[in-house]
Design a binder for this molecule. Sequence first.
Ligand code: MF3
Ligand code: CO
Ligand code: CO
Length: 273
Amino acid sequence: MTEYVTADAPLTRTGAIRLHRPEDFEGMRRAGRLAAEVLDAVVPHMVPGVTTAEIDDIVHRTVEAAGGIPATLGYRGYTHSSCISINHVVCHGIPGDRVLKDGDIVNVDVTPILDGWHGDSSRMYLIGDVPLKAKRLVEVTYECLMLGIEQAKPGNHLGDIGYAIQKHAEKHRFGVVRDFCGHGLGRLFHDAPEVVHVGRPGTGPELRPGMFFTIEPMINIGKPDVKLLDDGWTAVTRDRSLSAQFEHSIGITEDGCEIFTLSPRGFDKPPYA
Ligand code: MF3
Ligand code: CO
Ligand code: CO
């Protein structure tokens, strides 16, 4: 049975779903806006020849200049400010000396903490000339995220979100990754509930005002299966097919939801020209 708790419940992950107060939305708004600004700030640098370590450095500096801290720094032994996942990397790509090259599709995922609140968001970037099939994957993945968000309203269930995402992806014969989910967040980075990106309508926890969570579908051109590389972080598609992901942090309101991580510049999906 789903348990819901109020904002004054202890700040540990118990499996209960936290219902935040109206004043907590302001904290998430600020953290979410910073996440979006960081993803806007890297746009001019997502070009051939730049290394992923350089992108990570820009993320680090932009977050700290705004008075935030990257949540991933020191998180479970992770030592970078972002995850950067290229082509067949599904998620949790580690920034390093890999150089962006023409035709790459790249996800940058950032989670600044601002005044204790976590803003978690990721977007895809197209490097130079990207083949049509890859561009279609990116477009459909963005549509999956937004169709999921459309279902995020009181009285609906998490299964309605997963169903909308899965239906759209599979209509295009793409595979929905099962091994990673969205998650509750707020003062914690990863909290209940797990937001699975597949499902059946009317199943799973009911959505209530004050729930904060991410939706972050990972969609593959091929099969859903992933494998973890020896570094313990990098997840790749087993069939080496291309993978894409977008992520927003949202809060359930009385009549729908608020997206905390919208781009102030309208750079929510490529092209960002
Ligand atoms: N930002 C990722 C998410 O969407 C989590 C990254 S955790 C890390 O939940 F340690 F891999 F950075
Ligand atoms: Co997330
Ligand atoms: Co993220």
